[in-house]
Design a protein around this ligand. Structure first.
Ligand SMILES: Cc1cc2nc3c(=O)[nH]c(=O)nc-3n(C[C@H](O)[C@H](O)[C@H](O)COP(=O)(O)OP(=O)(O)OC[C@H]3O[C@@H](n4cnc5c(N)ncnc54)[C@H](O)[C@@H]3O)c2cc1C
Length: 192
């Protein structure tokens, strides 16, 4: 299977005159770097946590003599800067769980097919390569359960718990997935 990072199309051909909309994917290498237009390698920010990215930046700014101006104790990218891996993960999970929360109870066969395609495409274009590779593997192990809102939300909870487990994080109680992402907690703490 060709790597996302060797994406080729006539749109991406430097001689075709039209910009490749997936240039950032095409230019990134499998070692968590991507290239600037000048061909210089830059760490892929969405592929690593902020601390790791900062370390890599510090190394390259020593080489170039530039300073970042970001507080060295900061845990995440400032809010108006490109997302680091964890910020991207938090936002993406929020989006995915909310999509699942509002998925129809009785989807048509087209909706079911489209939802499966949506996750396949996500695994091809998710900017953190290690995450995307892992997602593609999980989709083979257990394809999206698209037959209802409940099945999709439970499947996504399972998927997210797989990543939680891999990262040594606590597992989420999947019986609470609709409280977390659709209805609000039963203690009323979200009913303001
Ligand atoms: C598809 C995908 C694959 C990823 N793969 C990797 C990877 O391989 N390596 C890596 O380092 N990072 C990966 N990430 C990022 C990682 O999952 C986290 O998003 C990141 O580490 C930040 O974690 P967090 O503790 O802030 O909360 P997150 O894990 O981002 O969770 C956000 C919120 O979701 C809720 N939640 C947690 N678990 C569940 C669940 N099972 N079901 C429903 N709700 C839940 C909690 O309320 C939590 O606060 C991936 C992200 C995505 C979207």
């Amino acid at each position: 299977m060709p790597s996302r990072y060797s994406y080729e199309s006539s749109e991406g051909d430097p001689h075709s005159g039209s910009p490749n909309p997936f240039a950032s994917f095409a230019n990134a290498s499998s070692t968590n770097t991507n290239k600037t237009q000048e061909g210089e390698k830059k760490p892929c920010r969405a592929c690593m946590d902020f601390k790791t990215w900062r370390k890599q930046q510090a190394k390259s700014s020593k080489q170039t003599g530039s300073a970042s101006g970001v507080d060295s104790t900061q845990q995440h990218s400032p809010s108006n800067c490109p997302l680091d891996k964890d910020q991207l993960g938090q936002h993406t999970w929020g989006f995915l769980h909310t999509v699942a929360a509002y998925y129809p109870d009785k989807p048509s066969s087209d909706q079911q097919k489209d939802m499966s395609t949506f996750f396949t495409l996500l695994s091809k274009f998710y900017p953190c390569e290690v995450c995307a590779t892992d997602l593609a593997e999980q989709l083979k192990v257990r394809p999206p359960a698209t037959s209802s809102q409940s099945s999709l939300s439970q499947w996504l909870c399972w998927l997210h718990n797989g990543v939680n487990e891999k990262l040594g994080k606590p597992l989420f109680d999947c019986t609470k997935v609709n409280e977390r992402w659709r209805d609000g907690w039963s203690d009323g703490s979200c009913d303001y």
